[in-house]
Design a protein around this ligand. Structure first.
Ligand code: ATP
Length: 225
């Protein structure tokens, strides 16, 4: 499958973030070079979601620099932020699907938002590989929790996202589904950077590199929890 080529590189230099003057992240640096599966571990409340929000360009760091695909991020440049966001997939814990629409219609909506055409070929290949193909034309509010999770993952897979950020992707899944997700992560890591916040040892075992937020973060957040 042919995808647009961008330099698969992510560089985070000394970023900091506070909530209500309480430092959560302080001087966090991280460098990811090349395709692969990278995992981020950390205790509850240590700032993992905050870091992922910053990398997905939803939240602006208080200080520090981020370079994505060799482009230095300028948080004041709305055009650049929007263009970069269209290349970054963020799989939220709360899934973010439109309940009354079918899975396929949800994909159509995202296609309109991110300006990327929806490839029938990708929809078929990936929906079969995560066993959601039979449900593509069912409204989301008729799906089980695990099916929703897989539908949400499908959104990430079918579009051209060179950087994929996943926050606890296996939370609601049973073990056989987790194995499916791991198989898939092993497939997509071949040509994309996949950064996963997870507590799953199974995912960590398949990672090219495991990052511990407690080691990256000099903030108060790490000591207080
Ligand atoms: N909107 C907010 N306002 C104030 N404090 C917040 C806000 N969001 C998160 N926090 C606090 O920031 C800290 C880091 O939160 P974050 O969600 O990044 O942690 P996490 O490592 O992802 O946790 P978990 O594993 O439990 O999801 C926590 O102490 C949390 O209470």
């Amino acid at each position: 499958m042919q995808r647009d080529s961008v330099k698969l590189h992510l560089e985070v230099n000394n970023i900091s973030f506070n909530y209500n003057n309480l430092p959560i992240l302080k001087d966090v640096s991280l460098s990811i070079d090349g395709p692969g599966l990278y995992t981020l571990f950390g205790e509850s409340g240590s700032g993992k979601t905050t870091l992922i929000n910053i990398l997905s360009l939803i939240q602006k760091p208080l200080a520090g620099e981020i370079t994505i695909f060799n482009e230095r991020v300028d948080f004041k440049n709305e055009t650049q932020i929007q263009q970069l966001r269209n290349k970054i997939a963020y799989f939220f814990q709360d899934l973010n699907l439109i309940e009354s629409l079918t899975i396929r219609e949800n994909l159509d909506v995202i296609s309109l938002i991110n300006g990327q055409p929806l490839s029938e070929e990708y929809v078929t290949i990936y929906s079969k590989s995560i066993r959601i193909y039979e449900k593509l034309d069912i409204p989301v509010n008729h799906l089980s929790g695990g099916e929703r999770q897989r539908a949400s993952l499908l959104k990430v897979l079918v579009f051209d996202y060179p950087l994929i950020l996943l926050d606890e992707p296996t939370n609601n899944l049973y073990r056989d589904n987790i194995s499916t997700i791991i198989e898939l992560l092993n497939e997509i890591k071949k040509d994309r950077m996949v950064l996963v916040v997870t507590h799953s040892d199974l995912i960590a075992k398949n990672a090219n590199q495991v990052y511990l937020l407690s080691e990256l973060n000099k903030g108060i957040g790490k000591n207080e929890k």
